[in-house]
Design a protein around this ligand. Structure first.
Ligand SMILES: CC(C)(COP(=O)(O)OP(=O)(O)OC[C@H]1O[C@@H](n2cnc3c(N)ncnc32)[C@H](O)[C@@H]1OP(=O)(O)O)[C@@H](O)C(=O)NCCC(=O)NCCS
Length: 213
């Protein structure tokens, strides 16, 4: 995630779970009945989050699950978390620096048969077909999925509504490793971000600046 982030965003990553990672305060409630592997994933990504917060000068605090699963960052901070097999990451920034952040990591492999039409409009499917012709080494369907997840994570703290995959229309700029998403029925601004394929994963970051930036 580090290379995807602009100045002012702190990143912490773990390549696997950290058995010593602890849950703080109300965090435990969310995973009380979850399998041990989920508890460890939840604790590890929060360890990453607290590391990123520490780099901003914020002391360790609980980051419980809020409405619709969104993490409750401390006042004055925006952030996002993701986990995918063998990888956990968190990003955080001062709320005065960016309006919202969203990150996602997915395995770099084709989506299951028949899934693309569930997450992509006809226009997006044409766009992906064209990109696939130009750069067949990228699983553009997995990338589109990750972009929509990351846009959703950046959107939710701002809009507070759950989005369907049809709510976002995404266009890639493959040369720049960048994308732009619009949410025509929800948000006045576009959501922009960057992506990379690294270590068998697609990693995506959406960064929402203040409108005046
Ligand atoms: C919530 C969701 C985005 C998580 O993505 P995922 O790829 O399954 O899982 P990831 O590991 O990357 O991310 C999970 C983390 O996302 C964060 N998250 C969950 N819900 C969130 C929300 N509403 N807003 C912001 N962040 C959220 C949490 O930190 C969570 O980790 P945690 O439970 O350990 O705290 C996904 O499960 C989902 O519900 N998607 C449907 C909605 C959607 O994406 N629509 C696309 C519209 S454009």
């Amino acid at each position: 995630m580090i290379t995807l982030m602009p100045p002012g965003v702190e990143v912490a990553e773990a390549h696997g779970d950290l058995p010593g990672a602890r849950l703080l305060g109300a965090e435990a409630e969310a995973v009380m009945r979850s399998p041990a592997a989920r508890r460890l994933e939840f604790a590890t990504v929060r360890h990453c989050a607290r590391t990123a917060l520490g780099r901003l000068g914020v002391p360790p605090v609980p980051i419980p699950r809020g409405a619709a699963g969104a993490p409750q960052w401390p006042t004055g901070v925006v952030g996002s978390m993701t986990h995918c097999p063998g990888y956990r990451a968190a990003v955080a920034a001062r709320a005065g620096t960016y309006l919202s952040l969203g990150i996602d990591a997915e395995l770099h492999r084709p989506l299951p048969e028949g899934s693309l039409r569930l997450i992509a409009s006809a226009a997006e499917r044409r766009h992906l077909a064209e990109l696939g012709g130009r750069d067949p080494g990228v699983h553009w369907d997995a990338l589109l999925f990750a972009v929509k997840e990351s846009v959703y994570k950046a959107w939710y703290p701002l809009g507070g509504t759950v989005l369907g995959f049809a709510d976002a229309e995404v266009a890639f700029d493959p040369g720049a490793g960048a994308f732009r998403a619009v949410l025509p029925d929800h948000a006045p601004m576009a959501f922009e971000g960057r992506w990379r394929v690294v270590d068998g994963m697609v990693r995506v970051a959406t960064v929402v600046p203040f409108l005046s930036q």
